[in-house]
Design a protein around this ligand. Structure first.
Ligand code: F0G
Length: 363
């Protein structure tokens, strides 16, 4: 597709390519595509301030991106560069969100998309997104790590652009989330909590914070707290996990591609990568939904579960904290119905029954 057509894909306020052009590896011939990614809300979470003793806890609502997850920031850059380089098709392996995002941006640019997903282990909403955007979905008999290996082999041999986060343009676009936080708060926070699966996101945030710090846009860099699920915590144990298991399917990954980036973020920031149980993740998931009005998917709640596991004793007095909320709860409605125990009261259409149910609810 001609780049002049793609250039008209702007929206008021500008997407990631337009707003962060100075910080991205763009050229004159990079098409300025957008679906309106970035500029996501940063909202206070008072319940977490009370629990941790922090002065401020902010939630960076990356679930407000166009396909409902943080992936859109990196994907817009990766797909723009694929178009610039003349690709006609993209491919990725995914636990679901990357495939939804790749499919959407490919559709936007007239590219074909192929996505490899671990069979039976991705949330329905994500599968629906990839299919709706016209991607060819290949369900792999294996886990995400197997699918990623296969994706690399396929893109080595076939004329397809690999748009997993091993593609450096993904990390470049993704780092804009950290920059946006500094732009909103006026400086970097003291602590940043983030779920970790394939580890591209923590790598990218750290890169963004470092670039702003070295350019003197910010005066400090945060401590990075990466959070994995207990059954899928290779970075915590220091070795790949052959059969990762967690209800948080988005981060069910045993051998993260950006292993070194995650360890560098942890060590250079004086931070930590910890594991939380599925139960802690689900507690945080429910608490965000019914206590803060933020409905995210389970993997996203890992950042808050980790914050509470480390600092639920109120030890963060005087500190400013940001938690990234990576993906939308609507992507995984089955999990929501199971875990939130939908309390549905069946009534007739008569006033009395409705009023009685409401009175009971108000008690
Ligand atoms: N949260 C959500 C909702 C995710 O979808 C992912 C990763 C992560 C957190 C972890 O981020 O991999 O950069 O450490 N999802 C990938 C995918 C693996 O295929 O959609 P990460």
């Amino acid at each position: 597709m001609a780049s002049s057509t793609l250039r008209s894909n702007t929206w008021v306020g500008g997407g990631v390519l337009e707003r962060y052009a100075d910080w991205l590896p763009l050229t004159e011939s990079t098409p300025c595509i957008t679906l309106g990614e970035g500029s996501t809300p940063l909202v206070r979470a008072e319940s977490l301030e009370r629990a941790t003793g922090a002065d401020e806890v902010w939630l960076k609502l990356e679930l407000c991106n166009p396909t409902g997850s943080f992936k859109d920031r990196g994907m817009v850059v990766a797909v723009a560069k694929a178009v610039e380089q003349g690709a006609s098709a993209v491919l990725c392996a995914s636990t679901g969100n990357t495939s939804a995002s790749a499919a959407a941006y490919a559709a936007r640019c007239g590219l074909r998309a192929f996505v490899l997903v671990p069979e039976g282990r991705i949330a329905q909403g994500k599968l629906a997104q990839a299919a709706a955007h016209g991607a060819r979905v290949l369900a792999v008999d294996g886990n995400f790590d197997d699918a990623l290996r296969l994706a690399q082999e396929l893109t080595d041999r076939l004329p397809l652009a690999l748009v997993n986060s091993v593609n450096p343009y993904r990390i470049e676009g993704q780092k804009t989330a950290a920059m946006e936080i500094v732009d909103s708060l006026g400086d970097a926070p003291d602590l940043h909590c983030i779920p970790v699966g394939n580890a591209g996101n923590i790598t990218a945030y750290w890169q963004g914070y470092c670039e702003y710090f070295h350019a003197e846009v910010s005066t400090q860099r945060p401590l990075m707290l990466g959070v994995q699920a207990e059954g899928a915590a290779p970075l915590v144990h220091g070795r790949p996990i052959a059969k990762p298991e967690t209800i948080a399917t988005a981060i069910r990954i045993g051998d993260p591609a950006s292993w070194d980036g995650a360890i560098a973020a942890r060590d250079e920031s004086d931070g930590a990568i910890i594991a939380t149980t599925d139960e802690q993740i689900l507690d945080a998931y429910r608490m965000l939904a019914d206590g803060e009005g933020v409905f995210c998917e389970p993997a996203s709640a890992a950042s808050v579960a980790g914050l509470l596991a480390q600092h639920g004793d109120g030890s963060l007095s005087g500190r400013q904290v940001v938690c990234t909320i990576t993906g939308h709860g609507l992507k995984d409605p089955e999990r929501a119905v199971q875990s939130i125990a939908a309390d549905v009261v069946e009534i007739s259409s008569e006033y009395d029954q409705a009023a009685a149910a409401i009175e009971e609810g108000l008690r």
